[in-house]
Design a protein around this ligand. Structure first.
Ligand code: SF4
Length: 219
């Protein structure tokens, strides 16, 4: 392992320990229980930024382990990316790392507040600095807002952007909570976005970690 990579591994492990030990939002009374979810490894060249873990992710302590994850991996399968390869090759994080709880009196998960986002921001900044992704997938409104504030999904889904040299692809949230995906035109935008994901996958991921390339190699 090259020295730079070795240092990155150690730095990432140190950062992960700090994130896992964080109880800031619980101490401030914003959430009931701080239980941060971290996943990924130094060497990942793609990064996914979601909103926050859900209840299933809290229990399993793995990103996109619940219903939204099933839909996300169904989308990815449509461009021949397997869940196993994706989990191995993509650093998966979120705007806030802990389950925010349910909406008071409602059925869905609560959107983390600006204060929670601000408390967790240094962790995300540190993850970005250590991973230095070549491509980023922004999943859902909160992650998209970080880079494209006040832009509608219809304006930006289906496009590939370049932000400080990082290929950036916004995706709608796969939780099913939003009705945005009900429209045929919007589903077409999702198809376009997934095409961009596939192109970035081919640029960032070594062929031996791609199921399609492995099958082609067999002949
Ligand atoms: S959401 Fe972030 S800042 Fe808040 S407790 Fe969890 S790790 Fe800490």
């Amino acid at each position: 392992m090259a020295l730079v990579e070795f240092l990155a591994v150690n730095d990432l492990e140190r950062l992960n320990r700090r994130i896992l030990a964080c109880r800031a939002c619980e101490a401030a009374g914003y959430i009931e229980r701080a239980a941060p979810v971290v996943a990924g490894r130094a060497g990942n060249r793609m990064m996914l930024i979601g909103q926050a873990p859900g209840i299933t992710e809290l229990e399993i302590r793995r990103p996109f382990a619940g219903k939204a994850g099933k839909e996300l991996f169904r989308w990815l399968a449509s461009v021949d990316i397997t869940e196993a390869d994706f989990r191995e090759q993509v650093y998966m994080t979120a705007i806030t790392k802990c389950y925010p709880g349910r909406v008071a009196g409602g059925s869905g998960d609560r959107r983390p507040s600006g204060r929670e986002i601000a408390l967790c921001r240094p962790f995300l900044e540190a993850q970005l600095a250590l991973i230095r992704p070549r491509a980023m997938l922004l999943v859902g409104g909160l992650a998209i807002d970080r880079y494209f504030p006040k832009r509608s999904l219809t304006e930006i889904i289906g496009n590939r952007f370049e932000i400080d040299g990082v290929a950036t692809i916004p995706l709608p949230h796969p939780s099913g909570a939003s009705r945005w995906l009900n429209g045929a035109a919007n589903r077409q935008l999702l198809t376009e976005a997934l095409r961009h994901v596939r192109a970035e996958w081919e640029r960032c991921v070594p062929k031996e970690h791609d199921a399609v390339a492995r099958v082609q190699a067999l002949g």
